[in-house]
Write a protein that binds this ligand. Structure first.
Ligand SMILES: Nc1ncnc2c1ncn2[C@@H]1O[C@H](COP(=O)(O)OP(=O)(O)OP(=O)(O)O)[C@@H](O)[C@H]1O
Ligand SMILES: [Mg+2]
Length: 337
């Protein structure tokens, strides 16, 4: 025991271990929430617990800041790296810039090819720019990358510290629009190809159509991503909040969106709760005020969200290194502190 005792004001209805016990196939786990609430810490703790259960686990982050490298005190940038001291655990801080650049190159090739193919006498640059210069493009590139990692199927469990939440709604909404668009494009491409073939005098093999191939592949990836994200047997999003107004408002919104899109929510984790048992007669008014505030918000959280699965205390230090992660995992998975 390291000083701070896990203290739950209202006993959680379903602990993390129960969520996993109820869904034995659960293997794609995401953590979302407002900036700075402890998403990386919770993702790390969850991943280390899964690894300790004997599952080959990948903890991946698409956060552009080097958060995992700092959390684990080990360079895990750019490739999946075995985490020292935790068998079965691999961590991977994805190189966001490289991922985005690769996607840009890919799409601009396709656009150039298409303009040439369709005999459209326009410089491709403006099109390429319009297609790639938006945050939505970057986000969808990162998202695709994440789906690709999962599709490679090299691990038994995946824990993503990606916060694909800030613009998740837009992204998911976009994926519906994409599907419609891709299907329409496919149809008209097929018609155009059939027409070409019919009008062609020469009997040569139909030429390869990279755009069509791209659209088919893209359509399939979207289908896969949607299927993966909405499968409640395998996927769950956990939302992390502090007992404070803004982070609560953020997750309330996220959870509403996720429900709308049929994405399974695993539960809510409340982080940073000051342990009452630490209070003494000498505790300053400053601290007492904060404790009182937290209690009000905790009550609100329990009223608002029926699926609170863990209440994590504010520790006496920041959370770094695998020993500290194990300590957080013990709180998350209900084995005390
Ligand atoms: N329960 C806790 N007790 C003490 N320190 C904590 C606790 N939870 C998180 N921290 C510390 O708070 C800081 C923020 O945590 P973390 O990096 O996990 O947040 P985040 O939600 O991932 O942030 P970002 O949005 O920037 O990615 C870190 O320094 C972490 O060590
Ligand atoms: Mg983080």
């Amino acid at each position: 025991m390291d000083g701070v005792v896990a203290h739950t004001l209202v006993s959680p209805e379903t602990g993390m271990e129960e969520v996993f016990a109820q869904r034995p196939g659960l293997r794609h786990v995401f953590f979302g929430g407002k900036g700075g609430v402890g998403k990386t810490v919770m993702a790390g703790a969850c991943a280390s617990w899964l690894a300790e259960q004997g599952r080959r686990t990948l903890l991946a982050s698409t956060n552009p800041v080097h958060s995992l490298t700092s959390l684990l005190d080990q360079d895990v940038y750019g490739r999946a790296t075995p985490v020292r001291g935790v068998p079965n655990l691999f961590a991977y801080e994805i190189d966001t810039r490289e991922t985005i650049e690769r996607s840009k190159r890919d799409i601009s090739e396709k656009i150039r090819w298409f303009l040439k193919y369709a005999d459209i006498p326009t410089r491709a640059d403006a099109f390429v720019e319009a297609a790639t210069m938006s945050p939505a493009f970057e986000e969808s590139a990162m998202f695709e990358n994440m789906v690709n990692i999962i599709m490679e199927d090299a691990y038994e469990a995946y824990v993503f510290d990606t916060a694909p939440t800030a613009n998740a709604r837009r992204l998911l909404g976009m994926s519906r629009v994409y599907s419609l668009w891709v299907n329409k494009m496919l149809k008209s491409r097929e018609e155009a190809m059939a027409m070409r073939a019919a009008l062609s005098f020469r009997k040569k093999a139909p030429e390869k159509d990279p755009l069509l191939e791209y659209l088919v592949a893209f359509g399939n990836r979207i289908k896969n991503a949607n299927a993966l994200l909405t499968n409640a047997d395998t996927t769950a999003f956990f939302f992390v909040t502090l007992p404070e107004a803004l982070p609560i408002a953020v997750i309330r919104r996220f959870i509403g969106w996720f429900r709308d899109f049929g994405i399974p929510v695993g539960g809510v984790i409340v982080n940073g709760v000051i342990d009452r048992s630490q209070l003494t007669a000498d505790t300053s008014e400053f601290v007492l005020n904060r404790v009182a505030m937290q209690e009000r918000y905790l009550a609100e959280i329990h009223e608002t969200f029926p699926n609170v699965c863990a209440v994590v205390p504010l520790f006496e230090t920041e959370v770094r290194g695998v020993d500290m992660l194990r300590r957080v995992a013990r709180v998350l998975f209900g084995q005390g502190n």
